[in-house]
Design a protein around this ligand. Structure first.
Ligand code: GLU
Length: 422
């Protein structure tokens, strides 16, 4: 396929393609299926005029990329970030396809994004932007077509505004159009904690496989947003010591252990970690090189790079974020051979698994207890972990490639069996 679009030159998209090719090579994927499986199925670009509090109208750019709809409705979050690009959203949509397929969800993969610094917006401006975005993508999505969810920079409240806008558009309450909603509006118990709960579950399971005790482990978390904070709370409850955390303003470290509830209360009040006195300040780059048992990147892509991969001092790298490790860094880590890696599509899959549970509960209007949600979640995580480790042993490949082999195989099979249209 001759491609002229610059989105496919994006470093994140190329990173995802490189990972895909490594897995496709292993299973000898047919060239025709390979091209169809790699590039997004549909992409929508929207222009969003929003009236700001000043009275002026500002225009924002937004995207929704449906990477794959061969295995079910597309599924994936919406990111609000000033650096979002279409190529990045396309890569994130591709990773959603492999993640959903790997853990056996009846979904394809999608992602959305709006180029905006939501931190600088008032609540009213954020509501108007969220509603306008949903208004523009409403005909492109739906509970059986494409189901968005939160991602970096969006939260339950944003999901509530979007669900309300969509419901007004179709003329009835339709909570299954979006997941990660507040519980009062059809959200699932445990969805808020789900991604971090899953990251912590995998961390504990792999530490045990390595013969290490969680209660003797030290943990560094880069990015203390929804995923990072829930991971920190779950690992603290399991006895681990969190010795480093960070946000976009920088990090703090404390070898005696950071008081996570105090840090989270400080962030809730001050809107950032800056000025928190529970440890020594350091930069995000320094934080990644701290000695620790477990390093958890839980923010954006491409933070473990050629520059720092050789300097990491962890035993286990648990990818809470999507795409945190570049292809070059992957190569260096493989050469080192002393760090176990839990790849993103496996490690952070708890979020979309509980999104699936939320969607199921919305379809049946019958709601589960948090215990039921976590019990079902843990079972799915255990099954996915066992399949990935079995595939890794079978092909003698990296854990990332093993996870992707599983992820892409099902999508490729669905495409081959359905024919050319889906
Ligand atoms: N944004 C999350 C992810 O990257 C969750 C997606 C979802 O729940 O649909 O996995």
């Amino acid at each position: 396929m001759a491609l002229s679009h610059s989105i496919y030159d994006s470093p994140v998209f190329l990173q995802a393609c490189h990972q895909f090719d490594a897995a496709a090579d292993i299973i000898g994927m047919d060239a025709g299926v390979r091209e169809r499986a790699k590039y997004p199925r549909r992409t929508l670009i929207v222009t969003l005029p929003v009236r700001m509090d000043s009275g002026k109208v500002e225009t924002f750019e937004g995207y929704r990329v449906q990477h794959n709809i061969s295995t079910g409705p597309a599924k994936g979050g919406i990111r609000f970030h000033h650096d979002v690009t279409l190529g990045e959203v396309a890569a994130l949509a591709m990773w959603m396809s492999w993640k959903c397929s790997l853990v056996g969800l009846p979904f394809g993969g999608a992602k959305g994004g709006v180029v905006v610094n939501a931190r600088d917006m008032s609540n009213g401006e954020l509501e108007r932007l969220s509603r306008r975005y949903m208004q523009e993508i409403a005909t492109f999505i739906g509970p059986h077509l494409d189901i968005p969810a939160p991602d970096v920079g969006t939260n339950e409240q944003v999901m509530a505004w979007m669900m309300d806008t969509y419901s007004n558009h179709v003329g009835h309450f339709d909570p299954g159009v979006i997941t990660g909603k507040p519980v009062a509006l059809g959200g699932s118990l445990g969805r808020k904690e789900a991604t971090g709960e899953g990251v912590a579950w995998f961390t504990k399971a792999y530490l045990a496989d390595m013969g290490l005790k969680t209660s003797d482990s030290t943990v560094v978390i880069q990015g203390i947003g929804n995923v990072g904070s829930e991971t920190a709370l779950a690992l603290t409850a399991a006895g681990a010591k969190i010795v480093g955390i960070s946000d976009f303003t920088g990090g703090i470290t404390n070898p005696k252990g950071i008081n996570i509830p105090d840090a989270l209360a400080y962030i809730a009040k001050n809107r950032s970690l800056q000025g928190f006195t529970g440890g020594e300040s350091l930069t995000n780059d320094q934080l990644l090189e701290l000695p620790c048992t477990v390093l958890i990147p839980a923010a954006l892509e491409r933070v473990i790079t050629e520059q720092n991969a050789g300097k990491l001092k962890c035993r286990l790298l648990a990818e809470g974020a999507n795409g945190p490790t570049t292809n070059e860094a992957d190569r260096i880590l493989a050469q080192r051979g002393d760090i176990e890696l839990i790849p993103d599509v496996l490690c952070n899959s708890g979020g979309v698994i509980v999104s699936y549970f939320e969607w199921l509960q919305n379809q049946s209007a019958y709601y589960w207890t948090k215990e039921e949600v976590f019990d079902k979640l843990h079972k799915m995580l255990a099954k996915a972990k066992a399949s990935v480790d079995e595939t890794k042993a079978k092909y003698q490949c990296s854990r990332r490639t093993a996870a992707l082999v599983l992820g892409i195989s099902r999508v490729a099979e669905a495409k081959a069996k359905r024919g050319l249209f889906p």
